[in-house]
Design a protein around this ligand. Structure first.
Ligand code: ADP
Ligand code: ZN
Ligand code: MG
Length: 477
């Protein structure tokens, strides 16, 4: 029988910070733009130009570090990582090796086995590289330095993850964290979040780790999950054949669904790291950290726990609602206005989520007045509108923030409680179904629902349910 193996995964995640300007110059970080228009002598590596650190980058990095429960190097430095590549105009990248700004933290993630802590080894600040554009028509490569010098934080985890699900839960948690902090939009597809997956396998129960490979070029959660499956199998097969895993960097090809060697794994020493002589050390004082701690918004985990406590929501609802800060805020405001948290949660987790999916939008893009949803919830509660009608109104609120009462009136959606109208319909129904009437009178309570249904059908769903029931009981007696 085959041996049992365990997958061990550690992640290096790059997150592009959404500061207005680059890390060492005043050029805009805005995505897109004509090639080489967001550039200057600093970010194109001209000799003699000097970098000046953007204070906001340090602030954003500290916010992330605090959110990940990290310790802070209050005296930290920048180092040069030397290598040649055309997208790197200085021939070195300014990064942090010896004294990264944050270290020793953790992120809590939800897994199938409950909450799990993924430890953070360190987090540092660095600059992004430019972009090479390969043009097959002219058989040439062009370079665009607009991205050169865009600030990044790199978050290095300990090898604490054991499955693709845990990896995705961890990445989701980082994305949500960055979004709550307002420091990045973290879009894998657009490259504002990038994950390198370090993976090894070992026999179940083994104490030491196996040899790892590193996979790059993963730009969706699906690709990450497939790459983890594929690489796990490849390594297990090697071990089963008595071969060794070679420590190397591999490129995952999501179309072929397999990875290829890219280069042998380089060590820190290959980069000839040394302190950047152009940048003074960064000294972070306690007042600054104290202020940031105070300003730190309520983060996802806290918010989730508070929603469960304050609004008696289920763990499931609280989790979905807090996946996006915008969704959480819309929910909370609505719940406060109408004092119906469970109903507000249902509209969000069911109807809003469905409509978002249909429109291919993210919860962050959702926009409507909580007062409108609250009003709709109360109208349904007072039975001024049926649930079916309310669904129609909700779509209008969701689409263009329609005022519910105005829409209900304009589209004649309000329920009919007029006893004259209802009595007529009820009498009709009773006339049309003498057999059922007889059954009801013999004590078959079940047929009562049938009568309600018939009245609703004739009223196109708009009969006031409470009044209908009352009148039906009377007439059927
Ligand atoms: P390097 O400096 O060579 O890049 P690090 O020690 O910084 O190596 O580790 C890089 C990443 O690899 C970290 O996220 C770490 O958790 C992960 N890692 C280290 N060893 C292993 C292993 N044996 N299996 C899986 N991941 C590992
Ligand atoms: Zn510049
Ligand atoms: Mg490393």
């Amino acid at each position: 029988m085959r041996k049992q193996y365990e997958t061990v995964i550690g992640l290096e995640v790059h997150i592009e910070l959404s500061t207005r300007t680059k890390i060492f110059c005043g050029c805009p970080t805005a995505f897109g733009g004509e090639p080489n228009t967001h550039t200057c002598p600093v970010c194109t590596g001209m000799p003699g130009s000097l970098p000046v650190l953007n204070r906001k980058v340090v602030e954003y990095a500290l916010k992330a570090g605090l959110a990940m429960n990290c310790k802070i190097h209050t005296f930290c430095k920048f180092d040069r990582k030397n290598y040649f590549y055309p997208d790197n105009p200085q021939n070195y990248q300014i990064s942090q090796l010896y004294l990264p700004i944050c270290y020793d933290g953790y992120v809590s993630v939800d897994t199938a086995q409950g909450e799990k802590r993924i430890r953070i080894h360190e987090m540092h600040m660095e600059e992004d590289a430019g972009k090479l554009v390969h043009d097959p028509w002219t058989d040439s490569s062009l370079v665009d330095y607009n991205r050169s010098g865009v600030p990044l934080i790199e978050i290095v985890s300990e090898p604490d993850m054991r499955s693709a699900q845990e990896v995705i839960a961890y990445l989701e948690q980082l994305r949500i964290m960055a979004q709550y902090l307002g420091i990045s939009d973290c879009r894998l597809e657009e490259g504002s979040m990038r994950a390198d997956v370090n993976l090894s396998v070992r026999e179940a129960g083994a104490e030491s780790y196996g040899t790892r490979t590193e996979m790059k070029n993963l730009n969706s959660f699906k690709a990450i999950a497939r790459a983890i499956e594929g690489e796990t199998m490849r390594q297990i097969e090697l071990l089963e054949e008595g071969k060794e895993v070679i420590q190397e960097t591999r490129r995952w090809d999501d179309n072929k669904e397999c990875s290829f060697p890219m280069r042998s794994k380089e060590d820190a020493k290959d980069y000839r790291y040394f302190p950047d002589p152009d940048l003074p050390p960064v000294v972070i004082d306690d007042t600054w950290i104290g202020r940031l701690r105070e300003e730190q918004p309520e983060l996802r985990e806290e918010k989730k726990k508070r929603f469960i406590r304050e609004f008696s929501l289920s763990e499931y609802d609280a989790r979905i609602l807090t996946e996006s800060r915008n969704m959480a805020d819309l929910f909370e405001e609505t719940a406060k206005i109408c004092s119906q948290p469970k109903k507000a949660a249902n509209w969000m987790t069911q109807d809003a989520m469905r409509l978002l999916k249909e429109a291919g939008k993210s919860p962050e893009e959702m926009k409507f007045s909580p007062g409108h949803l609250a009003a709709l919830i109360l109208l349904e509660e007072e039975q001024k509108i049926t649930h079916k009608g309310a669904k129609e109104v909700f779509e209008q609120i969701f689409d263009h923030d329609e005022e519910p009462l105005a829409y209900i009136e304009a589209h004649h959606l309000s329920t009919v409680a007029d006893t004259n109208v209802l009595e007529q319909v009820i009498e009709e129904v009773i006339r049309e179904h003498p057999d059922s009437v007889a059954q009801y009178r013999e004590g078959k309570e079940k047929v009562f629902g049938f009568f309600v249904g018939q009245v609703m059908k004739k009223m196109k769903g708009k009969a006031d349910p409470a009044v209908t029931r009352e009148l039906l009981r009377e007439k059927l007696r």
